[in-house]
Design a protein. Structure first.
Length: 191
């Protein structure tokens, strides 16, 4: 079984980061403090730290660490890390255009046309006799509780913006843990 390369679907060259379920992505490890995330993110670029809106009393205060690629032109964050006061780093969102490539068992997850990613996920599940799952938005992705696949509108195409997660304080699942800033419908933020 062959998967398309990033060049086949128009994504610019990017760094490659590894994903380890319940451990982390690239240099970022779940449970890190804000300071630890800022230090580890230096491999990619500059960081900006801000407080997240405190929408739900069950969650402890949360910070958003936006990591921007080094370069002359300002760009959207390549990676956005969410750090809870209670549990540390619990969510790593990778931008569809500017973020590093992260693969799940050989399947590129970042910046993919969601329909092509769905086809690859189904083919992988059939070939490997494993499961995939449909998301509430209606497309398929890896059956891993640590990966929540979101859509990011890039031009006219909805591209994949994966969230790599562990359950945060006061939450039962990764869906409950998702930062309100990451709720999107058709690539548009709803928070």
């Amino acid at each position: 079984m062959t998967f398309k390369s990033e060049a086949d679907f128009g994504v610019a060259e990017r760094d490659e980061w590894s994903y380890s379920p319940a451990v982390g992505v690239g240099p970022l490890r779940f449970g890190m403090t804000v300071e630890g995330v800022v230090e580890a993110a230096e491999v990619l670029g500059q960081t900006k730290v801000s407080e997240c809106a405190w929408r739900y009393a069950i969650f402890s205060p949360t910070w958003k660490v936006e990591v921007h690629r080094r370069g002359a032109a300002p760009s959207p964050p390549a990676v956005t890390a969410y750090v809870s006061q209670a549990v540390g780093l619990f969510c790593i969102a990778v931008d569809a255009v500017h973020g590093p490539q992260v693969a799940y068992d050989g399947i590129p997850l970042v910046g993919r046309d969601l329909s092509e990613l769905e086809s690859d996920a189904i083919a992988y599940a059939e070939a490997m006799d494993v499961r995939f799952r449909y998301r509430p938005e209606g497309y398929a992705g890896p059956d891993d509780s640590g990966v929540v696949m979101r859509g990011q509108l890039v031009g006219q195409v909805l591209r994949s913006r994966p969230l790599f997660m562990v359950t945060r304080d006061g939450a039962n699942t990764e869906w409950d843990s998702m930062p309100s800033e990451e709720y999107r419908v058709n690539g548009q933020c709803t928070a």
